[in-house]
Design a protein around this ligand. Sequence first.
Ligand code: ATP
Ligand code: MG
Length: 457
Amino acid sequence: MNVERSEQLMSPQGSFRVIPRAEHSISRKSISAGALRVLYRLHESGYQAFLVGGAVRDLLLTGHPKDFDIATNATPEEVRALFRNCRLIGRRFRLAHVVFGREIVEVATFRGSSDDGSGDRHQVDGRLIRDNVYGTLEEDAVRRDFTVNALYYDIADFSVRDSVGGMADLESKTLRLIGDPELRYREDPVRMLRAARLAAKLEFEIEADTAAPFATLGSLLSEAPPARLFDESLKLFLGGYGLKSFRMLERHGLLEHVFPATARVLAGGGAAHFRRLVEQTLASTDARVREDKPVTPAFLFAAMLWEPMRVTAQALADGGADVASAWTHAVDRVLREQAARVAIPRRFTLTIEEIWSLQPRFTQRTRKRAFKLLEHPRFRAAYDFLVLRAEGSPQLTELANWWTEAQQVGHDELAARLAAVPASADTTPLAPARKRPRRRRKPKPSGGAATSQESGD
Ligand code: ATP
Ligand code: MG
């Protein structure tokens, strides 16, 4: 870190900048009604009240934050006393949520930088487990992650307060961690993922000292609580910038700590089709988010873990397991290993299993099976998945098109088409429900290519 900056950070008060209303672009019109009410009520009651964090950053950049966070010198209890519609949440950080219909305004009390013993801060091996020590605005600012996330909009005079050089970094599109990066990542490894996500979303460069520790400290992510990594994964991939976030994670070597199996397969040879599947899925997820259509993490995780599951199943089959049990064990193993990192809730893993298990059934185009498949409650998700697979694997195009039409033509026409499908059109890759003689595979010649069945999607 350069010396000038660290001095500035060691005495944040010294570099305090107040940007008056006339010199910045934040207008009260862009602030939600709920947030404004909370700001004014706190201010009228004699407390300091600031809009802070992503809201100020996004107001300055684009004018459209997705939520509004407030910082104040009122304690959570004092905040609660002011609002009927308020509840206190959080253990790691105690916060007040003020609810206005569908809008939730988060109000946090300034966090302190030093624990004189009166507060409630708890660290284990450098990690912050609990942090309820209250302080001043300047102290609160240096506890935040990136300089551009530590700007405060003051409702008292509509100025922006900057004690960490956030304005300059915002102007130069630089994502810079506040303080000593190594220390800050050890406190909370998830900050590495936040760096990748925000750089992707904002189209900022991660400053060199901020990115440097990823290589050595990335592995700390394996100690982060899996439930928190699940939440962060949703923000990374379902926030509308999934593809960019994914590329950022990969570029900075962070993917392997969150989705190890995915990263491993992608790094290996011959993964071009799998990369296309993952990237297409992310791109279509981003498009759906932009169009305000619903998205499910199950679909995305089904794509990210598809090839790891198939490679595992293939290896088990090569080792002599029969196809059905190779599949079942592979599904189980891959989902279990992933869940140890990212706590994917059961309802989603069930959907992933269903989307996967329906894939081989698309090739079974007999009258009885095809009609049954069309009526399956997960048909649509599984079909969408097939279409994405086909984008990366041209040999699946015919199959995907066939099923697209199957949904459009009438019952009789479909029955006629089914009668016309030659049995040899079934080119199912490794699949559980496939009927074929259970024969032990002949050992492959050493160094040989993958079986032809594996060559597909
Ligand atoms: P988004 O656009 O995704 O909402 P955000 O910066 O608002 O981005 P939040 O998770 O909503 O992200 O966090 C709000 C603010 O809280 C951040 O801007 C930052 O100041 C602070 N913050 C969040 N997570 C951390 C963290 N892990 N360490 C330090 N400060 C954090
Ligand atoms: Mg936010």
